[in-house]
Design a protein. Structure first.
Length: 207
């Protein structure tokens, strides 16, 4: 259980990558007051938490509604997470979590909450971790994401200091390491998905 909890936390930590996201947050809010930065950080993290909570709780219902099997989700999620991890291995921020040009809308919702904090990769990871629909799994997934939201909030609030400590080269190293962890998680997701799909095929042929 402890290994599973740690695996869920590391999975979310790798895909959200708090330090590079802090650099984005600082870049988007550097002209604002500390109080306004805090408001935006809380709103963005709360929004991303609600999104992950909904997908973690309703994942099984969505499977049944769209006729999606668990192995299919794990294979698709593995591929999506692998793409993000592969891009990060090059020291780049993933295109799926990259901030877009602003049009005057609330930056707490877009691009911070979506797609930076709760992008496709984060949602796919949450659904994979809670795919069995067991309340224990859902609870672990949501709890670990909540812990990571607190860690991210602390990073956002100390953004300027962290940027001075790590610098651009430090952020690149962190991004590459997180990318490596993500690609390994993605491969494991895909292997489990393929194994489940083969088992289903064998069961159907046996019937």
């Amino acid at each position: 259980m402890a290994e599973h909890i740690l695996g869920v936390f590391l999975g979310f930590f790798s895909i959200m990558n708090p330090l590079p996201n802090t650099a984005v947050f600082v870049g988007l809010t550097q002209t604002l007051s500390k109080a306004e930065q805090k408001r935006i950080a809380i709103k963005a993290l709360f929004t991303s938490f609600v999104i992950v909570l909904l997908f973690a709780m309703l994942g099984k219902t969505l499977f049944h509604f769209f006729g999606i099997t668990l192995p299919a989700l794990r294979i698709a999620g593995g591929i999506l997470v692998f793409i993000i991890g592969y891009q990060m291995l090059g020291g780049n921020h993933s295109d799926l979590h990259a901030p877009k040009r602003q049009d005057g809308s609330d930056i707490a919702i877009s691009p911070l909450a979506i797609p930076i904090l709760a992008g496709p990769g984060t949602i796919a990871t949450a659904m994979n971790f809670s795919a069995l629909g067991v309340w224990v799994e859902i609870g672990i997934t949501v709890s670990m994401f909540a812990c990571l939201c607190l860690v991210t909030f602390a990073c956002f609030m100390a953004g300027s200091k962290l940027m001075n400590i790590f610098g651009k080269s430090g952020l690149t190293i962190v991004t590459r390491l997180m990318g490596l962890i993500l690609t390994v998680i993605a491969v494991q997701m895909t292997i489990i998905g393929i194994d489940g799909a083969l088992a289903q095929l064998q069961f159907n042929n046996w019937k």
